[in-house]
Design a protein around this ligand. Sequence first.
Ligand SMILES: Nc1ncnc2c1ncn2[C@@H]1O[C@H](COP(=O)(O)OP(=O)(O)OP(=O)(O)O)[C@@H](O)[C@H]1O
Ligand SMILES: [Mg+2]
Length: 272
Amino acid sequence: MIKVDREFEIVNQDKINQGKKQAYSHRVASGIHGFDALINGGMLRGRTYLLAGPPGTGKTIFGIQYIYNGAKIYGENGIYVTFEETPDQLRRDMLHFGWDLGKLENTRQLILVDASSARIGLSSQENYIVHRPFTLDSLLSDIDKNIETIDARRIVIDCLDAAELHAKSSEEYRRYVFRLSAILKTLECTSLLISESPGDGRISRYGVEEYVTDGIIYLSSTLEENRRIRKVEVVKARGTSHSQTVEEFEITSNGIEVQMYRTRDRALKRLS
Ligand SMILES: Nc1ncnc2c1ncn2[C@@H]1O[C@H](COP(=O)(O)OP(=O)(O)OP(=O)(O)O)[C@@H](O)[C@H]1O
Ligand SMILES: [Mg+2]
C-alpha cells in the first residue's frame, strides 16, 4: 500500500516506477459518444484530468459515464468518490440512463465511496466511506485502500471543492491537489477530478487545479435563441494533440452525446 509521510512525499518507490512504465502509450477511452475523438482517441493512461464547469453542466453524469463505460465496455474497474450526492441518490438517478451502478458494485467492478456523510458529520450505512473526522490525509488513505481492493484503473472525485473547504490556505489546497494527482498516477489510475467553475468564465476559483492536472475538460452552457446549449471543450491535454473547437453536447436517455460540428453547422445555416 502507498504510504504518505508527514512531508507528503510518496515513499513506495516500486509503485512509482511501475506507474512511470505504464504512463505512456495507451489511450483510455471514455466511451462517451463523440468525446474521445476530441482528444485524439482518448485520455492518456495514468494521467489526471480536471473536469470543470459551472453548476448543472453535466459533470457528474460525465464522470459516472466514464466510470460505467470503463467497467462495462473496457474491463477497467472504477472508483467514484462522491462528496455532494449520496451513493443512493447516484444509484437512483443513474438508472434513468440505464446504468445500474448497484450491479457493478455487486460484481466488484465499482466502488462508490461515500464522502458526503463524513463531510457533513453524519453516519453512513454505506460499505465504503471516507472516515471521520474528515481530513485530506484520511481521504487520500481511503482512496488508496479502495483502489487496491478492486484493482481500480479509473477514478473520479466529485468534487474537489469539498476538499478545498478543508484546506487552510490556497497553498495547502495546491499541495493537496498535487499530492492527490501524484498518488493517482503512481497507482496507474486515469483520473477525473471534478471542480465547480465560478460561472464568470474562469475554469476554477484559484487556478490551482488547472496547473497541477495534465488536462482540462470544460463543460459549459450558453443561451441561444431562448434555448440552453450545452458545450464541451478540451482546454489542455499534456502529451497529445486535441481538438481546438468547442463542441455541443446533449444529455439524452443514453447519457452525454457530443454533437461534432453542430456549432459550425448552426453558424453556416445562419449565413445561408
Ligand atoms: N435523466 C436525464 N435526462 C436528461 N437530462 C438530465 C437527466 N438527469 C439530469 N439531466 C440534466 O443534467 C443536469 C445535471 O447534470 P449533473 O448533475 O451531471 O451536473 P453537474 O455539473 O454535476 O451539477 P452540479 O455542479 O450541481 O453538481 C440537470 O440539471 C439536467 O439538466
Ligand atoms: Mg455534480
